[in-house]
Design a protein around this ligand. Structure first.
Ligand SMILES: Cc1cc2nc3c(=O)[nH]c(=O)nc-3n(C[C@H](O)[C@H](O)[C@H](O)COP(=O)(O)O)c2cc1C
Length: 180
């Protein structure tokens, strides 16, 4: 684990996020991870803020709604299949991480753990949330919400940002041998 400058790693992170990153939330004993493709990194309130968008139908939504923090793990060395799995299966049907062989590591400053993947990890304290109001949405974007399942945006103050490159051996073996 090595602390990194948030701004310095932005190009690699932005390139990966549109293909997927792991969003993890924990409340009480309930934890879940889902793939996200929409996230925004920048400055608000004089702080580094990571904003993520979660639709209310997600199992993760019920958890992040009660959570004080979240983490985002951006894999920079593969993990396409794991991202696809966590982005098409719901935690309400069982432990997704177990099913795709991923493990968690304790975070440094927040309760929610990070996913043990090689890449950049963000620990965020939720400082604001906002339920999208369709009245305020541009007409051109309304087709993204045909089910009226408007996102809630969670604004997380980035309290830690670091890279982690250790690759669990068993995971490496799974990748090499079975491609997953
Ligand atoms: C590449 C990719 C990006 C995604 N981005 C988001 C996102 O930003 N917000 C969201 O609510 N769902 C997003 N999803 C869908 C969720 O990951 C998916 O519905 C997932 O199964 C929800 O898991 P859960 O029910 O365990 O929370 C994305 C899926 C993929 C494959």
């Amino acid at each position: 684990m090595e602390r990194v400058n948030c701004e310095a790693v932005l190009p690699q992170v932005m390139k990966q996020i549109k293909h997927g990153a792991f969003l993890t939330a924990l409340s009480g004993d309930d934890m879940n991870t889902m793939t996200i493709g929409w996230a925004s990194l920048g400055f608000i309130w004089g702080k580094r803020i990571l904003t993520v968008a979660v639709r209310p139908v997600r199992y993760t939504f019920g958890i992040i709604e009660r959570a004080a923090d979240f983490t985002m793990s951006v894999p920079l060395d593969g993990m396409d299949k794991e991202l696809a799995f966590c982005g098409t299966n719901s935690g309400k049907n069982g432990d997704k991480l177990k099913k795709c062989g991923l493990e968690v590591l304790p975070a440094l400053k927040v309760r929610t753990p990070i996913i043990q993947v090689p890449g950049i990890h963000y620990e965020c304290r939720i400082v604001y949330k906002s339920v999208m109001d369709p009245e305020n949405l541009d007409e051109d974007y309304k087709n993204l919400y045909q089910q009226k399942d408007y996102h809630t945006l969670y604004y997380g103050e980035i309290v830690e940002c670091y890279s982690y490159w250790d690759y669990p051996l068993k995971h490496a073996v799974r990748h090499k041998i079975r491609g997953f």
